[in-house]
Design a binder for this molecule. Structure first.
Ligand code: ZN
Ligand code: FE
Length: 268
């Protein structure tokens, strides 16, 4: 039977998601930035948490980990990789960061089971070096944390643009009907920026109008689908001739165009 998904907002612009299997009663939660928000979502659904899936070490995804684990006894899955924080103005010194409280540490290609469904791990370093995505093939659903956003991608705090582009390509290979849950409502800002690098894109223009209408009613623009992102997200479109012409980068590599788009977004 199909899994149920319950998305809830927390902090300023974060989203958490509960995943529930009615037959077994199992429930998973993606990230735990704010313990009160997770526990309130469980209370309102009446579901009992059995698994917690952590995407990366940033505080807005992990601050509630230990409290939620203590309150629910959930088994906590997270990255096997370490985060790498840059220290000092030059960022020449670094510090490794390991998430506390993980029961199972997962790497690229690892699979575990949630209520009889396979969950596959994709490692997409860039925003952080430890970032993992949780993909449920049976539900055509992926949780991308702060990697792929609606019409955007995560800021590169720890990894290079080339690394992030590699990660994006892993996501682009998933079936186009894949439903994408990301961890932030950043869509309005992403949409405005997307228009500056891809102004001729008709699909993008109509989507910008759609998300503006949603946000005007304070409704979420998440989840999205990979098909929509392939058509409108400039960070998945560095091969697009119109974007390349607009940037004057007709002969550059996809990684170079991606890097330029990321740089422009940082300076926007
Ligand atoms: Zn983050
Ligand atoms: Fe975040």
């Amino acid at each position: 039977m199909a899994l149920e998904f319950f998305q809830f907002p927390y902090l300023e612009d974060n989203y958490g998601v509960l995943i529930h299997d009615q037959a077994s009663g199992e429930t998973a939660c993606v990230d735990a930035g704010e313990p009160e928000a997770v526990l309130a979502a469980l209370k309102s659904t009446g579901w009992t948490l059995t698994q917690l899936w952590i995407t990366h070490h940033h505080w807005d995804h992990t601050d509630g980990l230990l409290a939620v684990k203590k309150a629910t006894g959930a088994h906590v899955f997270g990255p096997k990789y370490k985060g790498v924080e840059k220290l000092g103005a030059e960022g020449s010194e670094t510090r490794e960061i390991e998430i506390d409280g993980l029961d199972t540490r997962l790497a690229e290609g690892d699979t575990f089971s949630f209520a009889g469904h396979d969950v596959q791990i994709l490692h997409t370093p860039g925003h952080t070096m430890d970032m993992i995505n949780f993909y449920i093939p049976s539900e055509n659903t992926v949780f991308t944390g702060d990697t792929l956003f609606v019409m955007g991608c995560g800021r590169l705090f720890e990894g290079s643009p080339e690394l992030m582009w590699n990660g994006m390509q892993k996501l682009m290979k998933l079936p186009s009907e894949t439903v994408v849950y990301c961890a932030h409502e950043y869509t309005s800002g992403n949409a405005s920026f997307a228009l500056t690098v891809d102004p001729q894109n008709a699909a993008l223009k109509s989507r910008v109008a759609e998300v503006a209408a949603l946000r005007a009613e304070n409704r979420p623009t998440v989840p999205t689908t990979l098909a929509q992102e392939l058509a409108t997200n400039p960070f998945l479109r560095p091969a697009d001739p119109s974007i390349r012409a607009h940037l004057g980068m007709e002969h550059a590599s996809d990684a170079e165009v991606f890097t330029e788009i990321r740089l422009r977004k940082d300076n926007a």
